[in-house]
Design a protein around this ligand. Structure first.
Ligand code: BDR
Ligand code: CA
Length: 318
């Protein structure tokens, strides 16, 4: 059983990943912690509470950071996730679920200390909450079982960023946080655009989910209409599978190929937000990667296997 903290900025693909975790028989979801990103922190926290209420997800919800470690948040990508972050589907005016009184980073620390060596953190938004948890209590590092991040773009098969040619959105939104999180010696894997753009869910696949995965399937169909239009407008036929790829790595890592090496994140200049791994297999003269822990970066994925895992898992909710 995976004891999971899901750190997220819902977000259409975040919602799809949360329902994936919820449907998995191998996951005990301890907490959903929120960050700014696909919307302001009020929006993403409201969406997390709404999703937990609507789908009866018993996890605690912790409201997290509203700004990066340094500077101010960039504008929310309404053109990707809609003004309400969930594809502009109608949401209730009042949500009864309330957030835990602790800020997200404290909730993360408390959960890790309550379940030493058991907690797995799946982080699919800005890394700000994780960096704040590390700053507050660096002692959690050896107590975390693993961290799986959706973020970054490592240039595998020529893949570029999606905010700038250099930077992927989750990292671009708080590069310093990502650099601090990848400096920590906890088992960490980055599931970047290199693999998340390779896996796509075509309209027919989403339609089949609507027919076979109960209320969750119908909801995924509704919220993905906006997301699909964004992809189509950009010349991509199907939606990319970003955040659910991180969940798939947690559940079935054998679907992925990985490369090990130290990771740095560019925190200023034209390549702001770029993620660069120094592969362990390549030697260089002394550099800024020295002394940093070796982490895994996903370099390939069995996309069809991932789609099958997602659909089979979601169907359990029917
Ligand atoms: C990431 O950015 C967000 O828009 C998505 O939710 C995903 O986490 C992809 O770059
Ligand atoms: Ca996200």
């Amino acid at each position: 059983m995976h004891k999971v903290i899901f750190d997220t900025d819902p977000g259409i693909d975040d919602a799809m990943a949360l329902l994936f975790l919820d449907a998995s028989p191998d996951v005990e979801l301890l907490a959903v912690t929120t960050t700014f990103g696909n919307g302001a922190i009020d929006t993403t926290t409201r969406n997390a509470l709404y999703l937990c209420e609507r789908f009866g997800i018993p996890a605690l919800v912790g409201r997290g950071a509203g700004v990066p470690l340094v500077g101010q948040p960039g504008p929310a990508p309404h053109f990707v996730h809609g003004h309400n972050g969930l594809g502009d589907v109608a949401l209730p005016a009042v949500i009864s679920r309330t957030a835990d009184p602790r800020p997200a980073h404290r909730l993360i620390i408390d959960m890790v200390r309550a379940h030493p060596h058991e907690v797995e953190i799946v982080a699919v938004g800005r890394m700000t909450n994780l960096a704040m948890a590390l700053r507050d209590d660096p002692g959690i590092v050896p107590l975390v079982k693993q961290v799986v991040i959706m973020g970054g773009a490592f240039g595998i098969r020529g893949v570029l960023g999606n905010v700038t040619p250099a930077a992927e959105a989750n990292i671009w939104g708080d590069p310093l946080a990502a650099d601090e999180v990848t400096a920590a010696s906890w088992p960490l894997t980055m599931v970047g655009l290199d693999v998340t753009q390779k896996t796509q869910m075509p309209t027919a696949y989403l339609h089949a989910l609507q027919e076979t995965a109960g209320e969750a399937g119908r909801f995924i169909w509704e919220i993905s209409r906006f997301y699909e239009k964004f992809h189509n407008d950009g010349g991509v036929e199907s939606i990319f599978v970003h955040d659910s790829s991180a969940v798939a790595f947690l559940l079935k890592p054998e679907l992925f190929e990985t490369r090990t090496g130290a990771i740095r994140v560019v925190t200023e200049g034209v390549a702001f937000g770029q993620t660069i791994q120094k592969p362990d297999s390549v030697s260089f003269p002394p550099s800024d990667w020295d002394g940093r822990p070796s982490h895994m970066v996903c370099t390939d994925v069995d996309s069809e296997g991932l789609r099958v895992l997602y659909a089979e898992t979601l169907r359990r909710l029917a």
